[in-house]
Structure formats: C-alpha cells, structure tokens
Design a protein around this ligand. Structure first.
Ligand code: GAL
Length: 385
C-alpha cells in the first residue's frame, strides 16, 4: 500500500522569512547543500520550499506559469533535480486568488494547468496562499479545487494551505484534502508576535492530526533579526533571544505544527543548530500518533504559565512546561491532573529532552522554576514505586 503524505508534521525550510523576494537558483542550491552538511537532513528536515516572488509577472502563451528568468535562469526543473539529487524534496508556492500576495500570477481558474506544471517540474510540496481571492469565490471550494488538481496530476504533491486561519478554516480544511493548514497571520521575528501565536493556538490543538496538521507558520528560530524581509513584514522584526527561540521551537513541536525553518541556514549558530536539531524534541513532534496536547494551567498564573501534555506512541507522555511571563515563575504539575493519582502507587520517571538524561522519578507532582519566556520539556513514563 502507498504511504499517504504527511502522516506526521512535514519538516523543511522556506525562503520567505529571511529572503522575501530576494531568492535565486543559487540560494536554493546552497540551502540544499547545507541541509546535508549541517545535519539538518539527518535530523529529519526534508522539504526545501520556494515561497512567493519566483515567477514572471505574466503567464506564457499557453497560460503556464514562467519562472523568473533572472532568479532562476535554468528554470525550475533544474532546481528540483538538484534538490532531489541531495535526497531532499522540493516545494513551491502559489495562491488561490488571482495574484499572489506579492502580485505575481495566482492559480485562480488555472488550478489544473498549474498542478500539471508543478508535476512536470518535479515539485513535491505546494504552499497555497489566500491573497486576491475574488470576493464572490468560496474559499473552501478553492482549496478543494487545488486539492483535486494536485491529487489528479500524477505526482505526489503535499498540499500546504495558507489562509491564515480565516473563514473558519478549521472546520473544513481536513475534508478538502490539504495535508497542512496555516492557522495564523504571518509570524514575525520577535517575542511579542511568537507569544501571540502561542496564545491564539492553545485551544486549537484538537483540530490538528495525522495527514492534516495545524501549521502555526514557519519558524523564526535563529533569525536574530536578520531578514531581508523586514520591510514586507512591517518593519517589526527585532529578533528573539535564544531562550525564546528554544521555547518557540518546543511549543511548535508539542503542538504538532509542521517544522519549517525560516532562518538563513548558512548563518546558523551552534545554539540555533542545537535548538533545531534536538532529536528528543523532534521525536515528540514526529510521534506517529500525532495526538493533540491538553493544557494544565498553573493555578496562580494561569494565563502565562502552563503545561502541555500528550500521550506518545512509546507509552511515554510528552510534558512541556512553559513560562510566557516576563518574570521567573513556578510551575507545579500535579500528577493527579494528568491521570496519575497517589493511590496508583506510581510515580513519573522524567526524561529531560534538553540534557538527554533521566532527571529522576517524581511522586505526586513535579515542581520547577522556569525563567522568563523559558520552557522545560520531558518524556515521562509512569513507573511503580
Ligand atoms: C503571506 C503568507 C506568507 C508568505 C507571503 C508571500 O500571505 O502568509 O507566509 O507566503 O504571503 O507573499
């Protein structure tokens, strides 16, 4: 039997956060090289995705999309072949409206010819935006159309819907056939924005699951305020601290969001690499059961300090403790709240996903102090005392 696409959240890199319009054949090839050299590929990152601004402003005489002749002088098939030669997969971008957000041709009323073009080029992933959607067109129907076009184009192309959480997307996207769906506006490289995304998605986790994942947007981990895109993003960029990047990554992983890197991988620091390639955090994100976490809030700081808990296919539970506040804070996880009463005669053996070692066996509760904007993540297993 053929394995369906995106059983677990897709992992890869996308050009938009760091490069915006400033993309090229050379950038994509060097990113593919670095995926292999830096260990990203081995860590599970697979898709190299070109975002908006890759095409000429006009279609050709047959109505087909044309790659920008200066940025991609050898065309897209050559880029795709190169990415494939590294054992990676190749992603591209289009839009459900008449134009992309940056004003290039969109796929509205061209869905089937575009899907065929992407298949001819060897595309494995299509991000599909929502700008310039004709007001009279039904958004759900446009995503169904492109899903139909991709599913009949003769090539496996993962469909990444991007309508920013608009039009109640949670209620219809899974049945459209898309493998992931953007649930938020554009992420920005600063804590204020990342924190806002975290708070907006806490109650949305049940909508995400195998074969159709809630995409909380590309990662800003490791950008440190370096983006060619700051003007497009409204100039509010700023960068995060490494602690904030660690928390951002852990939250996306715990929530089963796709992990799509947005930094310039040629400039990754050692800490950025440690965050992005943490095998234990990635294993939680990639757990085959893709179960949604539930939230346990700290009683005296419920808005800002909480735990996310989810069962893993290994018999363990992923436990993420988060402090979104601007001060150090205590998090006390009462085991009763996660189904382990004292009467069970059991405690939790907690494996720390940052030290990669067992922190100990704890009974009744686990209490810790979390620094401002910091987190702790464990894989916990119930053991007899
Ligand atoms: C936005 C989208 C971004 C990026 C941009 C390109 O709508 O949310 O992720 O793709 O368009 O113009």
């Amino acid at each position: 039997m053929k394995t369906p696409l995106a059983q677990t959240p897709p992992m890869g890199w996308n050009s938009w956060n760091s490069f915006g319009w400033n993309i090229s054949d050379k950038l994509i090839r060097s990113t593919a090289d670095l995926f292999v050299e830096s260990g990203l590929k081995e860590a599970g990152y697979e898709y190299i995705i070109i975002d908006d601004c890759w095409s000429e402003k006009q279609r050709d005489e047959k109505g087909r999309l044309v790659p920008d002749r200066e940025k991609f002088p050898e065309g897209m098939k050559a880029v795709a072949d190169y990415v494939h030669s590294k054992g990676l997969k190749f992603g591209m971008y289009s839009c459900a409206g008449t134009h992309t957000c940056a004003g290039h041709p969109g796929s509205f009323e061209h869905e089937f010819v575009d899907a065929e073009t992407f298949a001819d080029w060897g595309v494995d992933y299509l991000k599909y935006d929502y700008c310039y959607k004709p007001a009279a067109a039904d958004g759900a129907n446009l995503y169904r159309r492109m899903a139909m076009a991709l599913r009949s184009c003769g090539r496996d192309i993962l469909f990444s819907a991007c309508n920013w959480g608009a039009d109640d997307v949670y209620s219809w996207i899974r049945s459209s056939g898309a493998q992931m769906f953007r649930s938020t506006g554009d992420i920005q490289d600063n804590w204020f924005n990342v924190n806002g995304i975290i708070c907006s998605q806490l109650d949305k986790s049940p909508y995400s699951g195998s074969f159709c994942h809630n995409d909380m947007d590309m990662l800003v981990v490791g950008m440190h305020g370096n983006s060619d895109n700051s003007e497009v993003l409204g100039g509010v960029v700023g960068g995060c601290t490494d602690i904030e990047y660690k928390t951002h990554f852990a939250f996306w992983a715990m929530m089963n969001s796709p992990l799509i890197i947005g930094c310039d991988v040629r400039k990754m620091t050692d800490i950025t690499k440690l965050i992005l390639m943490n095998r234990d955090i990635i294993s939680i994100n990639q757990d085959i059961e893709c179960r949604a976490p539930y939230v346990i809030r700290q009683w005296n700081n419920p808005e800002k300090v909480f735990a996310l808990i989810r069962p893993l296919s290994t018999g363990e539970y992923a436990v993420g403790l988060f402090n979104l506040s601007d001060k150090k804070a205590e998090m006390s996880l009462q085991f009763y709240d996660i189904g382990l009463p004292v009467s069970s005669g059991r405690g939790l053996e907690m494996y720390d996903c940052y030290t990669h070692s067992i922190a100990g066996v704890f009974t009744e509760r686990y209490v810790t102090q979390l620094g401002s904007h910091d987190c702790a993540v464990f894989k916990a297993r119930a053991v007899k005392l």
